[in-house]
Ligand binder design. Structure first.
Ligand code: ZN
Length: 471
């Protein structure tokens, strides 16, 4: 209508006027965002600024219009959120959008109790550090560790890509410390042969290599089926060649069976006992005993190894075989291990000669000896108990021939016969090493029989003859 009748330049002016009229007077629905798109840190408080709507034009009154908001921002979870604002007035509608991005920009924190490190060349090392992230929580398990020429670098990245790094300076040194071996269980112990040896275990650690238990070599293990005292040796060497050694003393004994106790003989009995052989005189002695059908007891040694076979002969001829000592060296009293090492070695010889172990024993010097105190205070008190715990029966004597103090057969005869007189059970100490003793045996047998004595060999059930223990 305005255009009707316009001509030339007047027409342009009219068009501008018309446009201004529409712009400033014609009402419309106006919806405006408060603020703009936003970035919000995860877990931070977020308050929506909203939007405003009205119906009107610049030159007319504004009629406020309600705004409906759609969409939410979850600040607990990073991501892009869109909020839409909508308004309606009569047939007019309007909408605007706001983008809110919840972001995690905080790097995790690495916590270590380390300010610097000294490591060995070639040493592997893993620091016990933890990492905590504001959003991911504990991410210690994701820490990457890199060892360089001069530092241990720890790094970790959270799920939003924020990286944390710690650099711990490292110095290197030569490994000049030997490893350590720790033995589990007793250092020295007894094992019953029938039960066998079970390694109680060990651990080896090195300052540089860490746990090197698997590299330990064990030697000197007990031989299966044999009594004896064994030194089990554990050795290990670290990567730099430093060595460590530990030893354990294992005493393998044969627990002797309990003997059923027969009735102790009530008849007066002489028990001839011969120590320190067998030797060059033993065969002659056996001949005499055979001739008189007398059974005696031999407390044997291995001092004269070439006569070992006489142990077998004595056994076959009905005599009792008992252990005295392998070496007859009093230094066996320096320790229980030394004593039993000697005893078990002799036991094996007895078994080799007779087919079985013996449960009879006589201590070198007797249980009352004091010479042992020079080697170890109190050892006889310990040993007399220990041999019995292992099933042995030890015998001393109550008649001394003193054949080690004289070479005169008559003196020996006197000592023995006067010692026997009046005793029901006479345990006579003699030595088959002494020819003078062998020379008196026939007369002693004749004397004893003439005085109503019988002869017997010792056994587990013979009433024990024990000296008082003095050490
Ligand atoms: Zn002796």
């Amino acid at each position: 209508m305005i255009v009707v009748g316009c001509i030339a330049g007047g027409c342009i002016l009219l068009a501008i006027l018309g446009f201004l009229l529409v712009k400033y007077i014609a009402p419309e629905l106006v919806l405006t965002l408060n603020g703009s798109d936003e970035y919000v840190e995860v877990f931070a408080d977020y308050t929506d600024k909203g939007a405003n709507a009205y119906y009107g034009a610049p030159m007319t009154p504004h009629i406020p219009v309600d705004v409906i908001k759609e969409g939410n921002v979850d600040t607990k979870h990073p991501g892009e959120y869109v909020i839409e604002y909508k308004s309606q007035y009569k047939k007019f509608t309007a909408s605007v959008r706001r983008k809110v991005v919840v972001v995690d920009t905080m790097a995790p924190v690495i916590t270590c109790d380390l300010s610097e490190l000294t490591l060995c060349y070639g040493q592997r090392y893993e620091a016990a550090c933890s990492a905590y992230d504001n959003y991911d929580g504990d991410i210690s398990g994701q820490i990457q560790q890199t060892l360089t020429d001069d530092a241990l670098i720890l790094s970790v990245t959270d799920s939003s890509g924020n990286e944390a790094k710690r650099v711990i300076p490292v110095k290197y040194k030569e490994d000049d410390e030997p490893p350590t071996i720790t033995l589990i269980g007793e250092k020295d112990f007894f094992v019953d042969l029938s039960e066998g040896y079970i390694e109680p275990g060990f651990q080896a650690k090195d300052n540089c290599d860490g746990d090197i238990t698997s590299k330990v070599k064990v030697t000197g293990l007990p031989v299966s089926g044999k009594t004896g005292v064994y030194t089990v040796t554990y050795t290990v060497s670290d990567a730099a060649g430093n060595q460590a050694e530990a030893v354990r003393t294992v005493m393998v004994f044969s627990k002797l069976p309990d003997s059923s106790r027969e009735e102790a003989p009530t008849a007066p009995t002489v028990y001839l006992t011969f120590d320190d052989g067998p030797c060059g005189y033993t065969a002659e002695l056996l001949d005499i005993l055979k001739e008189y059908n007398v059974k005696a007891t031999f407390f044997v040694t291995d001092q004269f190894s070439s006569y070992r076979h006489l142990i077998g002969r004595a056994h076959n001829e009905g005599h009792a075989i008992a252990i005295h000592t392998l070496t007859h060296d009093f230094s066996i009293y320096r320790s229980t291990a030394a004593y039993f090492e000697d005893l078990y070695a002799m036991q094996e010889i007895v078994k080799e000669q007779t087919g079985g172990y013996t449960d009879l024993v006589r201590f070198p010097g007797g249980s009352s000896n004091t010479v042992s105190a020079r080697y170890c205070e109190g050892i006889m008190t310990t040993l007399t108990r220990m041999v019995e715990e292992q099933g042995y029966h030890y015998f001393d004597w109550n008649v001394a021939s003193n054949d080690t103090g004289t070479t005169d057969p008559d003196v020996i005869y006197q000592n023995v016969t006067s010692g026997i007189a009046g005793k029901t059970h006479a345990v006579v100490l003699m030595h088959d090493l002494k020819p003078a003793s062998i020379a008196t045996i026939e007369r002693i047998i004749q004397y004893a029989r003439a005085n109503g004595y019988r002869f017997d060999s010792l056994c587990a059930t013979t009433p024990p003859v024990h000296h008082p223990v003095n050490n």
